[in-house]
Ligand binder design. Sequence first.
Ligand code: HDE
Length: 686
Amino acid sequence: MTKRKNKNLTGNGGETHQTAGDDLEVMTTQVGMPISDDQNTLKIATRGPHLLEDQVFREKLFHFDHERIPERVVHARGYGAHGTFELTESLSDLSRADIFQRVGEKTDVFVRFSTVAGNKGSPDLARDVRGFAVKFYTKEGNWDLVGNNIPVFFIQDAIKFPDLIHAAKQEPDRGFPQAQTAHDNFWDFISLMPEAMHMVMWIMSDRTIPRSFRFMEGFGVHTFRLVNAKGKSSFVKFHWKPKQGMQSVLWDEAVKINGADPDFHRRDLWDAIQMGNYPQWDLGVQVFDEDFADAFPFDVLDATKLIPEEAVPVRIVGTMTLNRMVDNFFAETEQVAFQTGNIVPGIDHSNDPLLQGRNFSYLDTQLKRLGSPNFNHIPINAAKCPFAHLQQDGHMAMYNPVGRANYEPNSHGLGPREDPERGFRSYETEEAGPKQRVRSESFADHYSQARQFYLSQTDIEQSHIVDALVFELSKVDAEAIRARVVSHLRNIDADLAEAVADDLGMEKLPEPATPAKSPIDTDPSPALSILANAPESFAGRKLGVLLTDGIDAKLFDALKEAAEAAGAIVEVVAEKVGGVTSNRRRKIPADQKLDGAPSVLYDAVAIIASKEGAEKLSGMHVAKTFLADAHAHMKFIALSAAAQEEFWNAAVYAEPDEGVHMIEGADDAGSFLSACGKLRFWERDA
Ligand code: HDE
């Protein structure tokens, strides 16, 4: 690239702008012509009309005008990162997939997490399913496991997907509400689709308000096939288990986080990876055969059903580590194109009617979004293994066949040829029957697993489901829709239906909906609860420490040390971003100004205040809400003596409970941090 001597240019008003110096590249047009002035358009005299010949201006504006591509029709808001997948257990007995053969081998991956319904600029803490899409760059082609953080789906047949999404997104006449299901159209459609009831339980649970991408599970949802070298097939469901443990926020927090930091999940992943705190997930498989599938009370091809882990344990086969952020958000996260059709030899589709439909949709949508059948030429989508085919031309073709023969067979002895041994072969199932539009009878049970999910939750989680249903249905204007939802809840659980009806102020319970098939009782599955499987670790979590002037800095140092020893991240919050001055005149810089950092941004909080500082906090609304919210959200709280004596009562009406720790030195700080491992002091809720 051309370098040149520093020479300042002046723009309008004689203002000096930074320009290419000794170590900056010379700015050029797209085709390399050096630019002399990037501040002024070409015009007649100093105030005259512009000239159409100004190729520098025209190229710049032309490109700017075309910067946007259509956002994804679903999963528009997402955030991606690079990493590796390491195999820890060989699956060679079950699958010939190259990625599953050699223990210890690493495969590059790119992951994109997303929300479903919101537009690209919507807030991260919308109550919504999260996409969990993983692209494995294997040695035998890209394998895309395009999953969600919930193991089941709303609908059974892909033909209903456009209706589902139309109903969930903003209503077409008014253009709102966005990024939320709390509106008439969504609940109207859902309540007319009883098959959605299992998923409704999941979306009304805390699964849809995760604390961060790092703390959620992922699922391939559908039943897939594994096929081994001998051609034997097994069924499989894929799971991602976060090594960090699962964690969600409370709804009141979610609402407030959306205001305080709409990029909360993005920032969390960015910060974690930049700090070297790499998130990890284990990949697990539930493998089962045709006999199990035949005996299982639900159809394994029905994506509204799961297979409880207690029935088929999840076998861990590898670990994914996310360790590198993208260089450019648009080039990678926005342009990445996932495709359920991207599978590799040894992995195959099943006949799940949702999966079959997806295999059409994902390829099709990329043409609209990325504008060319050559979207796999974009580096983030290109395979990292050798590839060779005779597809050519089209918009933006980057890789083209070399040589004379662009067809096969040919007698030039040129070009790639298929390989019946190495190549992908579909598993040869026997299929026969009349051509018809039907839904299998085996898909008819819509309530049993909804009930199983609800009954597998802890009391706290069940109460959150009730609250979420009441919140959402309270935003629904049509009483008939509210009643229709409750009529379904009656088939799921009598107490649930009554609690929701009561909190909605319904005078009488509607009749239960008539089920297509009567629900059955199944054993609860403890694996479905977040709280029953809580990690008991504060590692990777965030402690917000509110400081005032005049404090004893040693107490802060002890707390910080204890937090860091627990693997937590400490952020200092103060009235001024410049920080505070201790009683011995030590300056402690702040990371956040108090009114920009409410306690909802933290997993636990500490308030270290001097007597004067605590008195001052007592008169500040933002300080009082900082503490009152932390208390209301069941967080662990640490207080210095003055914070407890001079500030607590100004913010909280209740007396401090066992979730509130008085800290005077290193020992107290240590025991506070170990208590924080429980993540919430749920007893306060009682
Ligand atoms: Fe998707 N889905 N989907 N979906 N989906 C898309 O593809 C679709 C479904 C999922 O980060 C689209 O590239 C149909 C289930 C994720 O880029 C589109 C049906 C699951 C992502 C599409 C489903 C998913 C998408 C939009 C019903 C979990 C984001 C943009 C048959 C197993 C991928 C795009 C990313 C994206 C279609 C149902 C997960 C339109 C037709 C079930 C994680 O092709």
